[in-house]
Design a binder for this molecule. Structure first.
Ligand code: ATP
Ligand code: MG
Ligand code: MG
Length: 554
């Protein structure tokens, strides 16, 4: 296991352990809202929280922050659990829901009212906004701010009892309308919503707000370090204010620490945009292999190892920045270069006929499963008179520096013989239909003297008689613009029209038995994965995870 690089959060924990602040306890949480599928950005947070818990011998909770029932669904809960496990993390028995705390959150709210720290507001949402002021203008007190606690308590109980319509009242924390931090200007902590909740049903018609719920949930679960993204920095005073009011009533006061969120080029990660892409059918569902969702990158052929390596490589910092997609793709190349067996596939076939090879003859060639891992052994690839090669490996009029096949030129057919192109067959339209070669029987790879004659080109091939048909999906980046959602342009105009191409290719026989999610390097063509849903025995389907080299430039 690689040593995890130090970061400022680990430094804080080390210091806490030194001073004994938490008696050596380290407890973190990953708190998704079940209102969409997880994406690569979430993976950064998952790797951080679970990674720290693991390395310090602590635990990491998976907590569903389910306080917005309109937008949440069990489908999202299930997919989130799936993705976290897929990444290789285990929350054990520590699976929680904010809705588990609705009773306690309600009791604490009543307590805040009795302490004159919260009040029921009668102003409309719009009036509340007006009264709140702006960055440069302080807010002003609501006329209801000094409503007697007994009256607020009565109204709050009636809010809970369902006597009022949505929006008629809210509960606000009583903090400071003149605070330079707008989050502290009497934030709303409860609102009325007559909606069904996927877990609590119709038991509640008032729901607590995120800022109020989150810190209390952390405290009730005895979280030590509550790690969140930078946009919550301004909310930290509120996090601390709520827990200070409840000192002695909750088990502890966790420390909120902010880190920079992941911004990745050539993709979008906001849930609103991901939902729009899915609902408008601009992609094939949440697990479309072009999406940055974890379900998507999984289907694309990314491995959990790749994502963890990526999270480690980009590190944790306190400053927002952009990470180039090529860094993620390079992690995948690195992982699959090491772990994926080699196979041959011909994606755009051209027939090659060996004129001096006997019609009814065939022989075995031997190809290593991994060039750096002889222990992985070799496999047999049958050779015969009629082969497929890649169309791009032949040029009738070769460009300068082109060392593959052209009339009169010689190449090595990898693991087999040197051949020379002697004739080009064209149809009536002038399209090339097949090429003819002669082969040199003394040059078979692996036989003595095979290498005595050097040729520059080295191309892959499959025997027509033995090749199997496969559906191959060539995926590329979903957007052509590195920052599809920056500025005021519509990110949908930056969609890459060539991000998905489905072709029929030829593959080695052995690939027909690939297991769903098994990855391979198709020699010279890139890394591919057997589609986890559509791969069926005898009906192979492969997705291109990534090309061998970056063709996008930096
Ligand atoms: P979105 O903005 O896509 O709706 P969110 O932050 O609202 O995402 P949550 O479900 O609340 O989604 O996120 C759960 C956790 O994942 C939070 O702690 C959040 O900070 C973290 N997270 C979300 N996006 C990123 C990101 N791009 N980089 C790092 N962490 C992220
Ligand atoms: Mg959120
Ligand atoms: Mg959000």
């Amino acid at each position: 296991v690689d040593a995890t690089p130090a970061n400022f959060i680990r430094n804080i924990i080390d210091e806490d352990n030194r001073t004994g602040k938490w008696n050596g306890r380290v407890e973190t949480r990953f708190p998704p809202e079940p209102n969409g599928y997880l994406h690569i950005g979430h993976a950064k947070s998952i790797c951080l929280n679970f990674g720290i818990a693991h390395d310090y011998g602590g635990v990491c909770h998976l907590r569903f922050d389910d306080t917005n029932p309109e937008k949440e669904a069990q489908e999202y809960v299930d997919s989130i659990c799936d993705s976290v496990s897929w990444l290789g993390f285990d929350w054990g028995k520590h699976l929680y829901y904010s809705s588990d705390y609705f009773n306690q959150l309600y009791e604490f709210a009543e307590y805040l009212i009795t302490q004159d720290k919260a009040y029921v507001e009668s102003l409309s949402a719009e009036e509340i906004r007006e009264y709140r002021g702006t960055l440069i203008h302080p807010g002003k007190n609501s006329p209801y701010r000094d409503r007697p606690a007994a009256e607020s308590l009565d109204l709050f109980r009636r809010m809970k009892a369902g006597e009022f319509a949505d929006g008629q009242y809210v509960l606000r924390a009583k903090i400071d309308m003149a605070s330079p931090n707008i989050n502290m200007r009497d934030p709303v902590i409860y609102r009325i919503r007559h909606v069904h909740h996927q877990r609590t049903g119709d038991q509640w018609c008032i729901y607590p707000m995120y800022d109020y719920t989150h810190c209390i949930s952390d405290a009730l679960e005895r979280i030590t370090h509550s790690l969140c993204t930078l946009e919550f920095e301004d909310h930290r005073p509120l996090y601390d204010w709520v827990l200070d009011q409840l000192a002695g009533k909750v088990p502890c006061h966790p420390q909120q620490i902010e880190f920079a969120r992941l911004n990745l080029t050539y993709t979008v990660m906001s849930k609103r945009k991901l939902i729009e892409l899915v609902e408008k059918k601009l992609v094939d569902g949440w697990d479309d292999p072009r999406l940055s969702t974890l379900a998507g990158v999984r289907r694309r052929g990314f491995t959990p190892r790749t994502i963890r390596l990526f999270a480690e490589r980009i590190g944790i910092s306190k400053a927002d920045s952009w990470i180039d997609m090529s860094i993620l793709e390079d992690c995948l190349r690195e992982d699959l270069n090491e772990h994926a067996p080699r196979r041959v596939a011909v994606l755009k076939p051209l027939k090659l006929i060996i004129d001096n090879y006997p019609e009814d003859q065939q022989e075995d060639c031997f190809a290593p499963n991994h060039p750096q891992k002889p222990e992985w052994g070799k496999r047999t690839i049958p050779f015969s008179k009629v082969l497929y090669i890649e169309r791009d490996d032949f040029m009738e009029v070769p460009a300068k520096g082109y060392f593959r096949l052209s009339p009169g030129a010689e190449v090595r057919l990898r693991y087999a013989f040197i051949v020379k192109c002697v004739q080009v067959d064209k149809n009536a339209q002038g399209d090339i239909e097949a090429i003819h070669c002669t082969y040199d029987p003394d040059t078979k790879s692996g036989t003595p003297g095979a290498d005595s004659r050097k040729v520059k080109g080295n191309i892959h091939w499959l025997s027509v008689k033995h090749a199997q048909v496969a559906e191959v999906r060539l995926y590329d980046r979903l957007f052509t613009d590195p920052h599809p959602d920056s500025g005021d342009k519509d990110y949908k105009t930056a969609l890459n029209p060539e991000s998905k191409q489905i072709i029929t290719a030829y593959v080695e026989q052995s690939l027909c038995d690939a297991q769903p999610e098994q990855s391979f390097q198709f020699e010279r063509n890139g890394y591919f994965v057997a589609d986890r849903l559509d791969m069926k025995p005898g009906k192979p389907v492969f997705n291109r995870a990534v090309t061998l080299r970056d063709s996008w430039g930096k």
